[in-house]
Design a protein around this ligand. Structure first.
Ligand SMILES: NC(=O)c1ccc[n+]([C@@H]2O[C@H](COP(=O)([O-])OP(=O)(O)OC[C@H]3O[C@@H](n4cnc5c(N)ncnc54)[C@H](O)[C@@H]3O)[C@@H](O)[C@H]2O)c1
Length: 321
């Protein structure tokens, strides 16, 4: 992801990458070449503190985000950071409180909010075009599961994967009050060994009184499958890309189209737009969004879903303290 983000920075007005830091010098040098950066280093803290670094972008493994965010915020530098801040509530809350006290601008990488389809859906809902919101529906399938070594430390399917759908639920519908989740292992018995599931169905109750459903899997052999629907009293919005390329091939009594393979191709535009929005907010002196506080609220919903899955009962988000 870091290499993708570095590539995207290249197109942003007024941005110059000073230094790429990675524990692996080889990885840092690869990033340096992509971003035409002045230098590459393994001295992470030194890079954050450097006088010619005004803004910090963090795209390291999740377990390192909180520490790196804290270091950058203490140095008074605005930060763009990949999701999530941390997998646990206490660690996330500590960073969120620090950011609030320091008043440093921070944006978290929930890129789907910047996808042209989801961003237009948000504008439509805010303009009242579909009336009072009644239902939310999300389908979310990865093409293939990540390695088991990743799953073992991922924080579970809701914190790691469905966190994007839960963030969209909050973005489009408002706060979630209650979750009831079922999950099972259908794809790989390794998920059970890791204390996780690979297939889920969940129902949501929003603070507004609207209802929602969420379902998906760690595997979809036909390709990355992300669809969202919001229904209101005056209409509904369906956010679903038609196909990867605008080509349908017709044969005898059948036609085929190609599907997106995974998040890099499906959300290619969103990754660029989230970065542009961050720097635009900095230039205009506005707080960037989604904020660290957003990441905390979304994490609470993901933790409520995780608890529901384990305890087999509906869980109120207010229970997650
Ligand atoms: N928003 C999305 O769609 C999306 C998609 C994939 C991954 N992610 C997030 O992006 C982050 C990175 O994921 P990835 O798949 O690119 O990981 P990765 O393991 O492929 O790359 C991480 C890089 O960070 C380096 N690194 C490790 N520890 C470090 C440290 N303490 N300081 C500096 N560098 C360090 C590694 O050497 C490696 O080059 C994760 O938090 C993940 O959740 C987000």
């Amino acid at each position: 992801m870091g290499l993708t983000h570095l590539g995207n920075l290249m197109g942003i007005r007024g941005v110059k990458v000073a230094v790429v830091a990675d524990m692996s010098l080889e990885a840092a040098q690869r990033g340096q070449a992509i971003a035409n950066a002045e230098r590459a280093t393994t001295d992470i803290e030194g890079a954050i503190a450097a006088a010619d670094v005004d803004v910090v972008m963090i795209s390291t493994p999740t377990t390192t985000h909180a520490h790196l965010l804290e270091t950058a915020v203490r140095a008074g530098k605005p930060v763009w950071c990949e999701k999530p801040i941390a997998q646990d509530l206490a660690g996330t809350r500590r960073v969120v409180d620090l950011i609030a006290a320091a008043g440093v601008p921070v944006q978290i990488g929930f890129m789907r909010r910047f996808d042209p389809g989801y961003a237009a859906a948000k504008r439509s809902i805010s303009a009242g075009k579909i009336g009072a919101l009644e239902r939310f529906q999300a389908m979310s399938c990865d093409t293939a599961p990540p390695p088991m070594s990743y799953i073992e430390t991922s924080g579970g399917i809701f914190v790691d994967m469905f966190v994007h759908d839960l963030d969209l639920a909050r973005f489009l519908m408002g706060e979630v009050n209650e979750v009831f989740a079922w999950g099972d292992v259908k794809v790989d018995p390794g998920f059970a060994k890791a204390g996780d599931v690979d297939t889920v169905v969940a129902v949501l109750r929003f603070a507004s009184g609207a209802l929602g459903t969420l379902q998906g899997s760690r595997r979809a052999i036909w390709g990355y499958d992300i669809r969202t629907e919001v229904a209101g009293s005056e209409g509904k919005l369906v956010i679903e890309p038609p196909q990867k390329t605008p080509l349908a091939t017709y044969g005898r009594f059948q036609s085929t189209v190609d599907h997106f393979e995974s998040f890099p191709d499906r959300f290619e535009a969103a990754y660029k737009l989230e970065m542009e929005a961050f720097f635009q907010a900095l230039r205009e002196g506005r707080p960037p969004t989604p904020s660290a506080a957003d990441a905390l609220e979304t994490l609470k919903v993901a933790l409520a879903a995780t608890r529901s899955l384990r305890e087999g009962r509906p869980v109120k988000v207010a229970e997650i303290v």
